[in-house]
Design a binder for this molecule. Structure first.
Ligand SMILES: *Cc1c(COP(=O)(O)O)cnc(C)c1O
Length: 386
């Protein structure tokens, strides 16, 4: 009906994150601009302390972005050419690229079909003498089963790592993402739960030696300017992004709480809708609800109908890493070998969620999803009858 009178509900409203905190963010900006110091300075140091404390980790090292955080972790642990790293088959490609960047080989594992996270029961059959690490991803904001993965890693002598890029503030058994493994990589890409206004990332770890190594690696392999101990990298966090992130850490819990409220509305309102599969959260996990991902057998149709209602959605992710041209070298041997991951990729759809989506808009999204799903169900029934 009068759809032209409806307001757009964007998938994510990033500008609203600025508007809510404008005064403090503007102050942070002026403080940095007037300081005359722009890369790796007092703002970065303060941010590193504050983020380590928030996560309950001993160390935090600010770096350029999430991909670099993971890459530098692998380098710091001496993982490289000839080594294998176990990764989820269904993740954002950055997880795999970090392993490739380090010169090692990503070895994909199928997900648990309920939580979408790496399935611990499928890990051991993939361990070879070359396996060095398990790199778990806390996908969509839900922590992976770190109890089971820790048990395997300890027993088999492997490093356990987290890709925590989607899980700021999420917990497993009450412990925060970032403090659940030997080292964790965070991204602060603008759309993440804790987002900068540009690229930014960090590593958290309780390991003194690894923290020290990552500090050296991020800055040209140098401790003292123009003295290069190693062939390092340039992956430094800048003062402006650090100052911005410091404004946002204190509101992260409240913003995550708002996400949870939206998730609760969807879970309640959509609990009995034909064809629709809702997220399942393990009782040991507290999700940061980075994304609210449903499955639908006619995903593209559902997305189109929501778009007609001015509701923005996204697909995380349309193509699994092993089917990307970037990994075509694996294609012939891996295609079709990950039926669970491939099935999920064909069906997932992310509904709008974020700290600035109103309760009313979430209810409107839920209504539209329900209506579209019933329509699609009745269309396919009448098709069968005909
Ligand atoms: C965003 C993301 C990354 C990469 O972070 P960047 O800051 O964009 O480099 C890595 N892994 C996952 C799961 C992500 O969602």
């Amino acid at each position: 009906m009068n759809s032209q009178l409806k307001r757009d509900i964007p998938f994510l409203d990033l500008k609203a994150t600025y508007t809510e905190l404008q005064k403090q963010l503007d102050e942070a900006y002026f403080r940095v601009m007037q300081s005359g110091w722009y890369i790796l300075g007092s703002e970065v140091e303060a941010f590193e302390q504050e983020w380590a404390q928030y996560c309950g980790a001993k160390h935090c090292i600010g770096v350029g972005n999430g991909l670099e955080a993971l890459h530098l972790i692998l380098r710091a642990f001496g993982i490289g050419s000839g080594d294998e790293v176990i990764v989820p088959a269904n993740t954002y490609i950055a997880t795999w690229l970090a392993v490739s960047y380090a010169g090692a080989t990503p070895v994909p594992v199928e997900p648990d079909p309920q939580t979408y996270n790496l399935d611990p029961t499928r890990v051991e059959e993939l361990i070879t003498p070359r396996t060095r690490a398990i790199l778990a991803v806390h996908l969509y904001g839900q922590t992976a089963n770190m109890t089971a993965l820790r048990e395997i890693a300890t027993r088999r002598g492997l490093v356990l790592l987290e890709d925590a890029a989607q899980a700021h503030g999420a917990t497993w058994c009450g412990i925060k993402a970032g403090a659940l493994s030997d080292a964790a990589g965070f991204s602060f890409y603008p759309g993440k739960n804790l987002g900068a206004f540009g690229d930014a990332g960090a590593v958290t770890t309780n390991d003194d030696a690894m923290a020290d190594q990552i500090r050296v690696l991020r800055n040209y392999g140098s401790r003292v300017k123009y003295h290069n101990e190693q062939k390092g990298f340039n992956s430094r966090l800048d003062e402006l992004q650090a100052a911005i992130l410091r404004v946002k850490i204190p509101v992260l819990d409240e913003w995550n709480q708002r996400r949870k409220q939206i998730a609760q509305i969807y879970l309640t309102e959509l609990s009995d809708v034909p064809g629709l599969v809702l997220p399942h959260i393990d009782p040991s996990a507290d999700s940061a609800w980075h994304l609210f991902v449903v499955q639908h057998p006619e995903r593209d149709q559902l997305q189109r109908r929501l778009k007609e209602n001015q509701i923005g959605t996204m697909i995380h992710y349309p193509i699994p890493p092993h089917e990307q041209p970037a990994y075509s070298e694996l294609g012939s041997c891996l295609h079709g070998k990950f039926p669970i991951a491939e099935h999920i990729h064909r069906r997932v759809l992310s509904l709008p969620i974020g700290p600035h989506l109103s309760i009313e808009d979430a209810a409107r999204v839920a209504d539209a999803v329900r209506e579209a799903s019933w329509q699609l169900a009745s269309d396919s029934t009448s098709l069968q009858v005909a």
